[in-house]
Design a protein around this ligand. Structure first.
Ligand code: SF4
Ligand code: SF4
Length: 172
């Protein structure tokens, strides 16, 4: 399947999920907490697609991203976050698309966004490590979402940017 077509379908599905849980979600433009601290694991296919977004950026923004990549720390701010907004939003990886939702990722295991501890998504329905509403009943982990693709290796963004010859700290 074509990756862009697949993303369009995924986005529609996720839009429905965010609507179903709208009462527990407080994501809004300018809230960038989830882009400021994380590992951002993503696969090769997603990295290549992100590169398309990077290449399409204005030179000034590209320079800012490059500067961020040089200063990037493991587990720290995503270098594509510019002025509290994702500079490659339509090209962002799966983890960024699904982040914010509470979903079932095993028979009984529920994954929740970590901003739950910052009084954000689902905080009002979270007690003693559990949410007391029904989670989204789809496993939104990246390997599951991409199961029909030959998605390649999965690495953290920091590792990709430091060890990928096609997308290194010296690219411009
Ligand atoms: S997932 Fe959490 S931190 Fe990220 S935009 Fe939504 S509310 Fe903000
Ligand atoms: S790619 Fe965009 S949405 Fe994902 S962490 Fe980076 S800035 Fe945030």
């Amino acid at each position: 399947m074509d990756y862009e077509l697949f993303l369009r379908e995924l986005d529609l599905r996720l839009e429905t999920y965010f609507k179903i849980h709208k009462d527990f979600i407080c994501c809004k433009e300018g809230c960038s907490f989830c882009c400021e601290k994380g590992d951002y694991p993503l696969s090769e296919i997603e990295l290549k697609y992100m590169m398309n977004g990077y290449i399409a950026l204005e030179n000034q923004i590209k320079t800012s991203v490059q500067k961020n990549i040089k200063n990037m720390e493991q587990g720290g701010i995503c270098p594509f976050l510019i002025n509290k907004r994702c500079s490659i939003y339509p090209y962002r990886p799966i983890i960024c698309r699904v982040h914010g939702l509470a979903y079932l990722c095993g028979e009984k295991t529920v994954k929740v966004p970590y901003c739950i501890n910052e009084n954000k998504n689902y905080a009002g329905v979270y007690r003693n490590g559990e949410i007391n509403i029904n989670p989204i009943k789809e496993n939104l982990d990246t390997p599951q979402i991409l199961k029909d693709f030959d998605f390649g290796e999965i690495r953290n963004l920091y590792n990709w940017l430091n060890h990928s010859p096609g997308f290194s700290r010296t690219d411009s």
